[in-house]
Design a protein around this ligand. Structure first.
Ligand code: PMP
Length: 340
């Protein structure tokens, strides 16, 4: 018999899927790592598991203890499933602006949700800072104790990708990988995979795909943290060098607009059966840029971070997209036109 003893064992070992249109357009082999196939539906299950395991090993997290985190949603979903499987509870601080689908999932999982206004990191009421203070308070109030997952500056996040995601990519490509590219939320995915790949093959190019409104494209091209514009993508777009990003081996950086990422995202759904979240559109747009820079014949890997169903009310909602003057999915324009 082959089975996982609990859901945690089902995290990771996700497949690489060739992205046909992106490969054809560039003459490269562009592969997407299907992180949406993790049990919590995103790349963040890996970080959540690694953070919880490190807290248990360090003695900070005791049976029945509370895990507190500020998250755009996916880390919270990962933490809630790991916590439920291992006998812990979760308190999640989330900006109100995040999709209803992610908030509903967290509630269904039994996480206690604290919705707060979205304010910049410099503001003391930013969701990340609030979650840190709440963890401190709950640690004193609750006899079973509480910890702050602190995904942005806890490098157990990046370690998950150094130890699992990066080696999986290297093994599945037989080491014949020339480039890796993805966007940054905490930076755990990009830095961790980048470090694992560079260690095994120093010639691999590591590239950042940055959405508008984030400051990292500017940082990695000019040395200055500066941002402009905005993006409807969730879970990505960083304004500072987190602890997870420190020492990340980043060779190249691209800035990706929603206007560029959305048509790619919609084509992937309609023509390749991959209905994905917004960060995956930015990632694939970045992979196309990197492929153009490296030239035909190279193998490039990126991350398919989560599914589009998590953003039905936004990314795949005609009214929402039209209101922002953004591209729309053709098949939704046509929907409901067949007479029964
Ligand atoms: N895509 C999505 C959908 C996410 O939720 C996140 C995590 N916030 C990322 C990408 C970025 O991953 P990381 O935090 O490892 O930079």
């Amino acid at each position: 018999m082959k089975f996982a003893e609990n859901v945690i064992e089902a995290i990771g070992a996700t497949p690489l899927i060739e992205l046909r249109a992106a490969s054809k357009a560039t003459g490269c082999r562009i592969l997407g790592k299907a992180e949406f196939m993790n049990p919590g539906g995103s790349v963040k299950d890996r970080a959540a598991l690694s953070i919880v395991q490190a807290a248990i090993a360090g003695g900070a997290l005791k049976p029945g203890g509370v895990i507190v985190e500020g998250t755009a949603g996916n880390t919270g979903i990962g933490l809630a499933l790991v916590a439920n499987a291992l006998g812990f509870r979760t308190v999640i601080v989330i900006p109100e602006t995040q999709s209803q689908e992610k908030k509903d999932t967290l509630r269904l999982q039994g996480a206690e949700l604290v919705e707060v206004p979205a304010v910049p990191y410099a503001n003391p009421n930013n969701y990340v800072k609030l979650s840190g203070r709440l963890a401190e308070r709950l640690a004193k109030e609750r006899p079973e104790g509480a910890i702050w997952a602190n995904q942005f500056d806890n490098v157990a996040n990046r370690d998950a990708h150094v130890k699992t995601t990066g080696p999986e990519i290297f093994a599945d490509t037989n080491g014949e990988i020339d480039g890796f590219v993805c966007a940054v939320g905490t930076g755990g995915t990009l830095a961790g995979i980048g470090m694992a790949l560079k260690e095994r093959k120093p010639s691999v190019k590591i590239a950042l795909a940055d959405p508008m409104g984030a400051a990292l494209f500017s940082y990695y091209t000019t040395g200055e943290l500066k941002s402009s514009g905005s993006s409807i993508t969730e879970g990505i777009g960083q304004g500072r060098i987190t602890a997870n990003l420190e020492g990340a081996p980043i060779d190249l950086a691209y800035q990706i607009t929603d206007q560029e990422a959305l048509p790619i995202l919609f084509d992937l759904a309609e023509n390749e059966g991959l209905l994905l979240g917004g960060s995956s559109g930015v990632n694939v747009a970045g992979a196309i840029q990197l492929a153009k820079e490296l030239g035909p014949g190279h193998t490039i890997v990126t991350i398919l971070a989560d599914l589009g169903t998590r953003y039905a009310s936004k990314l795949y909602n005609l009214d929402f997209l039209r209101g922002l003057d953004l591209p729309t999915p053709r098949w939704l324009e046509r929907a409901g036109k067949i007479d029964p």
